[in-house]
Design a protein around this ligand. Sequence first.
Ligand code: MTE
Length: 303
Amino acid sequence: MLIKTETTIPSSEITGKSVFLSRRKFIQAAAGAATAVLSGGLLSTPARAAGKRYADVPQGPYSAQLPVTDLEYVANYTNYYEFTTNKEDSTRLAKVLPTSPWTVTVEGAAEKTGVFHLEDLLKNHPLQERIYRFRCVEAWSMVVPWIGFPLRDLLKRLRPTSRARFVEFTTLYDPKLMPGQRSSVLHWPYVEGLRINEAMHPLTLLATGMYDDPLPNQNGAPLCLIVPWKYGFKSIKAIVRIRLLQDMPKTAWNRSAPGEYGFYANVNPHVPHPRWSQRTELFNGYAEQVASLYTGMDLKKYF
Ligand code: MTE
């Protein structure tokens, strides 16, 4: 069933005019720069901002050398349907979410499963050392310095078995806390998924912060998936469960509108969206890094 209301548009397609115009300016400024710099190695670490938790985190190997979008905009124009379909109100409404302590349950085709405390994962394990500053070119032209670690570092520790072909992620389900979950605007809880080779790609991050600080609640605290070559709806927020599966998981947006939101959701200008233009670069400028994941696949069919 196709959902026709504008509230189902997931990314920043419904964009205020001033925001749209300032983005256009940014796109023009950055045009041509993206592809050239993505594989350009480590960039210089920006000056340390005093008192900021992640200020010393170095830039990662795939960081894009592009002007970063204002934090003000990235943190105050968000999609968080568990709280609201209004992009400005989630900043205020998501404040009620208690993000510490936080547990992540791991299930399915892995040798190591169970309930993990996020604090333990980050503090008492080498994962902490792998957290790096990462500028990703978001679909719809936001450039956000995410702070995170490659998902694969976590998956390797969990030792997926040969039956693990997909990874499924689930957001907290708590309709008392999250008013949007009392409505049927989406299938709850929010679920997203990746094929195992996408999940193991070094560009796929679990973010715990952005800019120099921990993630704001409205941006997905305390744990959010970031897949820079895919549309924003893959970036599932507030992850409480990770399952390793043999079969492709059913994802929230795909269940709501399968004709519009495919499982792969790769940024692809050759697959027109029924309701808006997707004139961006293939794989969001990361083709060199990720195209081989899809060799032989018809990306128009598997969109
Ligand atoms: N995750 C959850 N749990 N709930 C949501 O509503 N929205 C998605 C994605 N992750 C969403 C979510 C969509 S549609 C987008 S475009 C991105 O988050 C937006 O990320 P941002 O709000 O940090 O810009």
